[in-house]
Design a protein around this ligand. Structure first.
Ligand code: PHE
Length: 450
């Protein structure tokens, strides 16, 4: 059974797949609007510090767990800590994947709609019209659901084909394409009149903007954007070979993810400034503000199309990693075939996704703890499950797994050097658990620190 397990064909294959998972709606849809809402460069600095200090060691930890055991997130803990309750992290991973899929695929569907709109008729230049159109679209009970289902089917089709022939193959085609398109859009952004204001906003920090709220948003964004704390990296790492340099892959992933976010910021924020729009619009930035800007530009329809195709690619390559977390669990623990596992997984995603799509309109009044389905899934995943998952994983590697095992895995059995092992262990043992706990307790309201 272990030998017949599918694997990535090369280290580069692992890298593009993990980067494909990390770079998603979080980078292109969420990052620019969070930067807008939380005050520009100050947010970027906090985000980058969290990525380097907390997320990189957590990324290494997930790689260790996955590659060492060659099992899904649930099975991995049963192998590493038999007879204990650590497998709970695996259960949490599956639940978190379902929650994220439930809102992520809905936005994936919106992206398809806007991609089509950008070439069919274009966008209005009137803010009120665009705003109303977006609102009308997302609250409708049919179109967004149809696109959402198409998005789920597209993603599922890639996962059914397997690791090497599905996930790796499509990431290898789609990620370079995404990179080219984002670079093109960023270069275009730089040449717009008024771009310098946007750049100043992105790169000149205003330290008064560093508050408790913005710090929490930055940490939440770092986890979400790097696909950490919910078994995704564990699962992908389980398909890496024993001689792959996981420290290198983990570090490059963090670098690529921050790089993509900055490129997306450079593509979007100068345009926002050059049209005199306030950057703090929130989630509707790319669906309301950007179309209006595209509509006023020469070649705007083409640029808009490229933008929404990029968003779609970014979303699909992340959605497949979420589907894989659950699929791997079903295949290995419940002994289902891959096809059946993917069908069940995508059906679950589709049902919850429909609920969250409908919560924009007909199910608006159904609320749980004050949130509609869409908001609840997003809140639960980003603010509760990911931090709890991340916290448990750093504690497991810092305190439960033997240091020798950590070193052995990070060095791929002595093949590579492990720089800064002492610092990494110190962070995993002390700094990360304390920092994540404080932020988590504060987020769920147990502690009013800030
Ligand atoms: N990292 C993805 C993004 O930035 C989202 C994601 C989170 C994917 C968790 C998988 C797991 O859009």
């Amino acid at each position: 059974m272990q030998n017949s397990r599918d694997q990535f064909s090369s280290q580069f294959g692992v890298l593009v797949a993990v980067v494909g998972s990390a770079v998603g709606l979080g980078n292109i849809w969420r990052f620019p609007y969070l930067v807008g809402v939380y005050g520009g460069a100050a947010f970027i600095i906090m985000y980058t510090v969290f990525v380097v200090v907390l997320c990189l060691p957590l990324m290494f930890s997930e790689f260790i767990i996955g590659r060492r055991t060659q099992r899904n997130a649930f099975g991995a803990f049963k192998v590493l800590a038999p007879g204990t309750g650590w497998w709970g992290i695996g259960v949490l991973s599956v639940v978190a994947s379902i929650c994220i899929l439930a809102f992520f695929c809905v936005i994936g569907g919106w992206t398809i709609e806007y991609m089509i709109q950008s070439i069919m008729g274009g966008f209005s230049t009137d803010h009120a019209v665009l705003d109303q159109k977006f609102d009308h679209f997302i609250t409708s009970p049919s179109r967004p659901i149809l696109w959402h289902l198409l998005f789920v089917v597209l993603s599922a089709a890639i996962v059914v084909a397997g690791i090497k022939n599905g996930i790796e193959k499509y990431n290898k085609i789609l990620m370079p394409l995404l990179f080219l398109m984002i670079v093109l859009l960023a270069v275009w952004g730089l040449f717009l009149p008024g771009a310098s204001q946007g750049l100043a906003f992105l790169f000149k920090p205003d330290f008064s903007k560093i508050t408790a709220g913005s710090m929490m948003a930055a940490l939440g964004q770092a986890f979400f954007s790097l696909s950490l704390g919910m078994g995704c990296v564990i699962t992908y790492a389980s398909y890496a070979k024993k001689d792959h340099n996981i420290m290198k892959v983990g570090s490059y992933t963090c670098l690529a993810d921050v790089g993509f976010s900055l490129l997306a910021g450079i593509a979007i924020l100068p345009a926002v400034f050059s049209f005199g729009v306030a950057p703090n619009e929130g989630p509707t930035l790319v669906f309301v503000i950007l179309p209006r800007i595209f509509a006023q530009l020469p070649f705007g329809a083409i640029l808009a199309f490229i933008f929404f195709v990029s968003l779609l690619i970014a979303a699909v390559t992340s959605a497949i990693s979420l589907i894989e977390v659950i699929t791997a669990y079903f295949v290995e623990e419940l002994k289902l075939t891959r096809r059946t596992a993917v069908i069940i997984t995508s059906s679950i995603a589709a049902v919850f996704g429909c609920l969250s799509s409908l919560s924009m309109g007909v199910l608006k009044d159904v609320t749980i703890f004050g949130y509609g389905f869409f908001g609840m899934f997003e809140y639960l995943a980003s603010n509760v499950l990911l931090p709890i998952g991340g916290l448990s994983i750093v504690i497991f590697i810092g305190w439960v797994l033997k240091k020798n095992a950590v070193k052995d895995e990070l060095s791929s059995g002595g093949l590579y050097r492990v720089p800064l092992l002492g610092s990494i262990m110190f962070i995993l043992k002390f700094i990360a658990p304390i920092a994540i706990s404080l932020i988590l307790l504060n987020a769920i309201g147990f502690l009013r620190l800030f």
